[in-house]
Ligand binder design. Structure first.
Ligand code: ADP
Length: 498
């Protein structure tokens, strides 16, 4: 335990841990000097206090980004690319400190946190390159006297509201694309995990990104409704990119309606993980562990409902139980830990409620099934069989380390179950039947499909959902489009030569 305390202490001493917001190139407090505290979810220890900003502070940050936007948009894409590359280099150089900040405020195992730093960095690298490839078009004209062009222009100021489950990479997935496109940004990280976002602001400053281009404000849950409304309803904000719950996404959409502000939204998920009889059971078990236990199941693409065909059902459950018994629950700083704490007690209580509901309706606990003795934020990896569609895990996103298994007979039945949700973010399935692979991949109503693969995210692929899982894409060549306008120019009166 002493070594964990030392790791946390070492993290806090890192020059990257900042307890002030970053606006217009300056490190500042809230105007009313109020703060809120940031804690370590593993033990509730206090990591520090950050500004509890209000709508007034948010307005100043928006003004700064608005002032800076003209100059930033005028820079050549090569200049913007160079600055992003410097930011990327600094992130890479500070990988270990950044990973420790993630583990300290978010809880995930240190190895996973390092993976998150690499994943986040990959977006800066990718968009530092994409910045130079924002092409327009010359269109074939319909008239000899006209020439037709398409320009791509930055939309303006982007408000980026990010979640606590990937507190580092979600900031970068949005901010890199925004800055590469020529937009300026106001980042508002989740109240549970502001330190990652502030560390990124420090590195952006060190990289020489000009004042006002990249701003980060923090606020508590008490102030977030006002700050959120200020960001989404301001006439100076051209675009809101949000990752979080569907409920808050809908609220922000309402605010954005007032100025018809552009949005990109990554909302909730209810991923199905389907194992067909023809599947390779070992590959499916490995994929299930990847798709479920990363970040203790706290991911919007985490598999939430495991649909297993009757012929492979018992074998899959047996093998999965053996694999799950090898998972090691503990403080993310402890060597070998594979499942850290949940973000807070409320989150762990929700997981308990899902398990209790499943048991009360006939679910059988094959392993786990309760809080872990380490504390009320820790939950035992849990395998439940005999699950039915009336149980909570079938209807709501669990966001925790539980695997509810639903037995099915036919492909048609599995597809019906998989698609019978308001969400449509990710789905996974395992099959070795070539025709079935195409049939199922094309029938799943979602934005991301893993076929014989439980780990699907990368900076080169578009991420985003359908139905109530969101609007728009992040990452890849598609992600930068969210931050661009398509402007058509028609030049007329071009006369033929004599
Ligand atoms: P969760 O319930 O998982 O914390 P939320 O959707 O509440 O997910 O949070 C995602 C992000 O949205 C966080 O940055 C949070 O501070 C922010 N947020 C929460 N409520 C609002 C709101 N009313 N307006 C704007 N942002 C909000």
């Amino acid at each position: 335990m002493a070594s964990i305390a030392k790791a946390v202490e070492q993290t806090l001493k890192s020059g990257l841990v900042r307890f002030q917001a970053f606006v217009n190139g300056a490190w500042i407090d809230a105007k009313d000097r109020r703060t809120f505290s940031v804690t370590n979810p593993a033990d509730g220890s206090h990591l520090g206090d950050v500004p509890d900003m209000t709508t007034d502070d948010a307005r100043s940050a928006i003004d700064a980004a608005y002032e800076a936007k003209r100059e930033w948009a005028k820079r050549t894409s090569k200049e913007r690319s160079g600055l992003l590359r410097r930011w990327f280099d600094l992130v890479r150089r500070n990988r270990d400190d950044l990973a420790r900040i993630i583990t300290a405020e978010q809880g995930k195992p240190l190895n996973e946190a390092k993976g998150e730093v690499d994943y986040g960095a990959s977006f800066i690298e990718w968009y530092s390159e994409e910045a130079k490839r924002v092409y327009g078009d010359v269109l074939p004209s319909v008239s000899t006297s006209k020439r037709l062009f398409v320009l791509k222009e930055p939309v303006g100021v982007a408000a980026l509201i990010t979640p606590w489950n990937f507190p580092f990479s979600m900031v970068l997935r949005k901010a890199s694309a925004a800055l590469a496109a020529g937009c300026t940004a106001v980042v508002k990280p989740a109240e549970d995990t502001p330190l990652c976002a502030l560390a990124l602001a420090k590195l952006a400053e060190d990289a020489g990104i000009p004042a006002g281009v990249y701003n980060t404000i923090t606020c508590s849950r008490d102030n977030v409704a006002g700050v959120g409304e200020m960001l989404a309803a301001s006439e100076k904000i051209a675009m809101v990119s949000f990752t979080g719950s569907t409920a808050v996404g809908k609220l922000l959409l309402k605010h954005c309606a007032s100025n018809v502000t552009k949005v990109s939204m990554e909302l909730g998920g209810q991923a199905a993980f389907i194992v067909f009889d023809s599947a390779d059971a070992d590959a499916a078990v490995e994929g299930a562990a990847n798709a479920k236990f990363r970040n203790a199941g706290q991911a919007c693409i985490a598999a939430n409902r495991f649909l297993v065909q009757e012929g492979i059902h018992d074998l899959f459950c047996e093998k999965l139980k053996v694999a799950m018994e090898k998972l090691f629950v503990g403080n993310g700083f402890e060597e070998g830990v594979t499942v850290g704490p949940l973000i807070n007690q409320r989150a762990a209580e929700k997981v308990m409620a899902h398990v209790t509901d499943a048991i009360s309706k006939g679910g059988k606990v094959l392993c786990g099934g309760d809080f872990h003795h380490l504390g009320r934020t820790f939950f035992k990896p849990t395998l439940l069989s005999h699950c039915t569609v009336d149980m909570l895990p079938a209807r709501e996103e669990t966001f925790g380390p539980i695997i509810p298994v639903f037995k099915f007979k036919t492909e048609e039945e599995a597809l019906k179950m998989a698609n019978s949700t308001q969400y449509g973010l990710a789905s996974y399935f395992y099959s070795t039947d070539f025709s079935q692979i195409w049939r199922v991949a094309e029938s799943l109503e979602c934005g991301v499909v893993g076929v014989n693969e439980g780990s699907v995210t990368t900076e080169v692929a578009p991420f985003g959902g359908v139905k109530q899982s969101g609007i728009g894409k992040e990452g890849s060549k598609y992600g930068i489009e969210e931050f661009l306008h398509t402007k058509y120019i028609c030049m007329g009166n071009i006369r033929p030569g004599k």
